[in-house]
Write a protein that binds this ligand. Structure first.
Ligand code: CP
Ligand code: NVA
Length: 303
């Protein structure tokens, strides 16, 4: 595998994580200043998307432009990929044109296959298993609010086996966060991902949403029906209803609790309007931080 890929946060060391967050904060502060460096000048970043996206697509395209490069948005189905050309052949060819590639597809094994045949950096923009770019923005947002990551208590409620929960487990271990996942049976993370994730953080899984949020500094949720799981929608809504983030549940969290959501939200399902639009929500700042965190990733990987 290309060592400059970002397929999951397993590709990032504790030191690299700190460097990315420092650079992201710096790029955020200096955004729009005329003397900022343009490390992607003359470079083209291909973006292969096989799933819908608002934040990831727009923040990457804006970020690439601000770093001096150009983005090439490629709907998976418009490429020959949609007619059966293989990931490996596509990777060989795009490596001859572009300087980096950002991919959003369903199967994580597809991006792994792509990366094995790519000689340019590959960045995961979401697969069924991981969403590392979202987590980098989330950690930047927590750092801004708490002034630290180590020892911070985060509760993750909902589908504990999702791409977001998996990414949270790796991030929490790496950053020294105390992560509690509140999810019902059938929606717990695979034991192997917790065991395989390295670092000083701690991960606990509970069926009890109150226990998960108890004294939490940050309460995090995501949709109950992730892209690609629409066939299971009714069952998921039934099973995950007790894990809704609402003002009643938040009474068990720390006094300074903040609420986070990667978005898009299904208002009234995993989170109420009252919480999403209320004073403890830092969700819009979190969405903004996608831009700054991804610019840092691009500056580190593609230059
Ligand atoms: N959070 C996130 O990745 O949003 P999009 O699906 O809109 O890109
Ligand atoms: N778990 C969600 C995240 C969306 C950003 C999904 O995969 O649809």
């Amino acid at each position: 595998m290309n060592t400059r890929d970002l397929l999951s946060l397993k590709d990032v060391t504790e030191t690299e994580l700190k460097e990315i967050l420092v650079l992201a904060a710096d790029l955020k502060q200096r955004r729009g200043l005329s003397n900022t460096e343009k490390p992607l000048t003359g470079k083209t970043i291909a973006m292969i998307f096989g799933k819908s996206s608002t934040r990831t697509r727009v923040s990457f395209q804006v970020g690439i432009y601000e770093l001096g490069g150009q983005s090439l948005f490629l709907d998976r189905n418009d490429l020959q990929l949609g007619r059966g050309e293989t990931m490996s052949d596509t990777a060989e060819v795009l490596s001859r044109y572009a300087h980096g590639v950002i991919i959003r597809i369903h199967r994580h094994s597809g991006i792994e296959e792509y990366s094995q045949h790519s000689s340019i950096p590959v960045i995961n923009a979401l697969t069924d298993q991981f969403h590392p770019c979202q987590l980098l923005a989330d950690l930047l947002t927590i750092q801004e609010n708490a002034g630290r990551l180590s020892g911070v208590k985060v509760a993750y409620l909902g589908d504990g086996a999702s791409n977001m929960a998996n990414s949270w487990i790796i991030a929490a271990k790496l950053a020294g966060i105390d992560l509690r996942i509140g999810a019902p049976d059938g929606y717990h993370p695979a034991g192997t991902i917790i065991e395989d994730s390295k670092g000083p953080g701690k991960v606990t899984v509970t069926n009890d949403p109150v226990e998960a949020v108890s004294d939490a500094n940050f309460v995090y949720t995501d949709v109950w029906v992730s892209m690609g799981f629409e066939d299971e929608a009714d069952e998921r809504r039934n099973q995950l209803r007790p894990y809704q983030v609402n003002s009643g549940l938040l009474t068990h969290a720390a006094d300074d609790v903040k609420v986070m959501h990667c978005l898009p939200a299904k208002r009234g399902e995993e989170i109420t309007d009252e919480v999403l639009d209320g004073p403890v929500s830092i969700i819009w700042d979190q969405a903004e931080n996608r831009l700054h965190a991804q610019k840092a990733v691009l500056a580190k990987l593609v230059c």
